[in-house]
Design a protein around this ligand. Structure first.
Ligand code: HGY
Ligand code: MN
Ligand code: MN
Length: 407
């Protein structure tokens, strides 16, 4: 397994170089470097005898259907898009390990049909809405999303057509019912497994997530001549709200809330900002707490705006409920972890994943690997060879048991 682990890691590092920004790992939905990734993954999958195609949402999909295997297939995969200046393993490692799993099925002669999916878009960076690829596969793609625009004013529809795909065919990307379930292998992206010195864990559930965009609008004015009491400073209002976001999250058990993006206009040293655009990402294992906190934060934004004579507009591009993983499939995974000789750790995921969308369509489970330093969404993101090896040993047991159960 060590060779497989080393190969998977080397492949992630090779794919990391397929980036929009040389020297940094940035690969947004269907941007040009995605063609290189697709060509590389296609070659890998076709070499394993898989039938490979690109669906209308840009998901690259390969199917291995061994002689005599039932039509019910197991789906494995993860995403290949990244955050700006991201790490080499978030998403891509799950795709490379899915391909290694197909090779394990072949090598062990397992009568198990396996589909590998390299989801086109999970991070939501380019169009502000995540899970575009898995929404299409799960049959949950809302065509209204096609009108979304990126920072360059390109619509989602335009981006899909520019890639050579036909967005009118997206509904055809949805899976049929001939599936056993979906398993996503992914780095934990947090500190838990490292703190407990564990290599792998089965995921029990994924926290719910709300994304907001807010616009505070005041009056651009001269920084030198405008007295402090006569200002309608949008950036100062946004700053007051950002401090309130952090304060609320710190006093709400289990809530994480992040303002990760802010744009001031006209964004000049000597001009009081007339506009401040910012985003909120709020997450919690319990939907009632998340939704209550988000409503409280919107009220705070309104009262700050009122007191400062600012206008405040808020949009809500995403509300994703918390999702539990499938108990039966997760039990198979936890048993396989134990059978492979590792403590059967179970934990919830603070990060969002395509698995939370796929879970609306089929039994879904996730296998986590340790994130050294708990770092992710950062070029320092890493994995240990021994943990990748452990994940493959777990999956080898898991695949044999699933194949046996399907027979
Ligand atoms: O944001 C997330 O949780 C994931 O990494 N897309
Ligand atoms: Mn990510
Ligand atoms: Mn990810």
């Amino acid at each position: 397994m060590k060779d497989r682990a080393l190969r998977a890691i080397a492949e992630c590092q090779r794919i990391a170089a397929m980036t929009e920004e040389p020297g940094r790992i940035t690969r947004r939905f269907l941007t040009p470097p995605t063609h290189n990734v697709h060509a590389h993954l296609r070659a890998r999958m076709e070499a394993l005898g898989m039938e490979v195609y690109l669906d209308a949402a840009g998901n690259l999909r390969g199917l291995l259907h061994p002689e005599g295997a039932s039509d019910k297939r197991l789906i494995l995969g993860s995403h290949i898009d990244t955050v700006p200046d991201g790490g080499a393993f978030d998403g891509v490692l799950g795709v490379m390990l899915a391909i290694e799993c197909v090779d394990l099925v072949r090598q062990n002669g397992l009568p198990l049909a396996v589909e590998v999916i390299a989801f086109s878009e999970e991070e939501g960076v380019r169009f502000g809405v995540p899970f575009l690829g898995s929404r299409a596969v799960a049959g949950r793609f809302d065509p209204a999303l096609l009108a979304l625009k990126d920072a360059e004013g390109v619509t989602l529809e335009g981006a899909i057509r520019a890639y050579g795909l036909d967005p009118t065919l997206i509904a055809g990307s949805a899976v049929d019912d001939d599936t056993l379930g979906f398993v996503e292998i992914h780095i934990e992206q947090g500190p838990v497994l490292e703190a407990e010195n564990l290599k792998v864990a089965a995921v029990t559930g994924i926290v719910g997530q709300t994304r907001l965009t807010l616009e505070f609008a005041g009056q651009a004015n001269h920084a030198g001549t405008t007295p402090m009491n006569l200002r309608r400073d949008a950036l100062a209002g946004a700053a007051e709200w950002i401090a309130a976001v952090e304060k609320l999250a710190k006093r709400t058990e289990g809530l994480v809330a992040t303002v990760g993006k802010i744009e001031a206009s006209p964004n000049a040293t000597n001009v009081v900002a007339g506009i401040a655009l910012l985003t909120l990402d709020a997450r919690h294992p319990h939907d009632a707490v998340r939704l209550g906190s988000v409503n409280e934060l919107i009220e705070m934004a309104n009262s700050i705006a009122e007191r400062r004579s600012l206008a405040m507009q808020c949009t809500r591009p995403m509300d994703q409920p918390a999702v539990s993983m499938d108990e039966r499939l997760t039990a198979y995974l936890a048993d396989a972890i134990e059978a492979a000789g590792f403590p059967p750790k179970r934990m919830h995921s603070g990060a969002g994943h395509d698995a939370m969308v796929m879970a609306s369509r089929m039994p879904t489970a996730m296998l986590f690997l340790r994130s050294p330093g708990g770092i992710s969404h950062n070029p320092a993101e890493a994995v240990r060879t021994e943990d990748v090896e452990a994940a493959l040993e777990v999956m080898s047991v898991f695949l044999q048991r699933v194949a046996g159960a399907v027979r």
